[in-house]
Write a protein that binds this ligand. Sequence first.
Ligand SMILES: CC(C)(COP(=O)(O)OP(=O)(O)OC[C@H]1O[C@@H](n2cnc3c(N)ncnc32)[C@H](O)[C@@H]1OP(=O)(O)O)[C@@H](O)C(=O)NCCC(=O)NCCS
Length: 141
Amino acid sequence: MAISIIETRWDEHETDLRALRQAVFINEQRVPEELEWDGEDDQAIHFLALDPEQQPVGCIRLLPSGQISRLCVLSEQRNNGVGSSLLVAAEEAARARGMEEIFLHAQTHATSFYEAAGFSVSGGIFMDANIPHRQMFKPLA
Ligand SMILES: CC(C)(COP(=O)(O)OP(=O)(O)OC[C@H]1O[C@@H](n2cnc3c(N)ncnc32)[C@H](O)[C@@H]1OP(=O)(O)O)[C@@H](O)C(=O)NCCC(=O)NCCS
C-alpha cells in the first residue's frame, strides 16, 4: 500500500493528530488523557502518514530538544512499514535542522524496532503513564 508522509504543524492538523493518538495511546494503551496532551504539541514538528485515500493512519512528532515522541500507527495498519517511514521522516527533519542527536523514550516492547532504526538504549527501565520505558538515542553526525 502506498503511504505518503507529510510534515505539518499542530494548528494545521490538530483534529487528525488528536484522533490518531486518542485511538492508540488513550483508548488502546490506556494512557491518561492529561499525560497524552502534555502542552508540547504547539512547539513540535508533526508528521502524518496518509493512506492512498488520504486518510491518516499514523503520526509522530519532533520536539525542539531533539526528542521524538508520540509515534503511533493504527492497529489495522501495523507491520506495513508505516512506523519506520514516520521515524525516518522525523530523523530527516532533525538532520535538516542541524540537530546532532535525537532521542526518545521507548516503550520496552518497541526497543528492538528502534534498534533496527539505529537507536541505542541508555540507562534502565522507568515507568511513564504506567508503561515501562527506556531512553534511547541516535547520533546524527
Ligand atoms: C510501534 C509502532 C509505531 C510500529 O509501527 P509499524 O508501522 O507497525 O512498524 P513497521 O511496520 O515499520 O515495523 C518495522 C519493523 O519493526 C517490527 N516491529 C513493529 N512493531 C514492533 C514492536 N512493537 N516491537 C518489536 N518490533 C516491532 C516489525 O515487525 C518490522 O520488522 P521487519 O522490518 O523485520 O518486518 C506500532 O506498533 C504502534 O503504533 N504501536 C502502538 C503505539 C506504540 O507503542 N508506539 C511506540 C511508543 S514508544
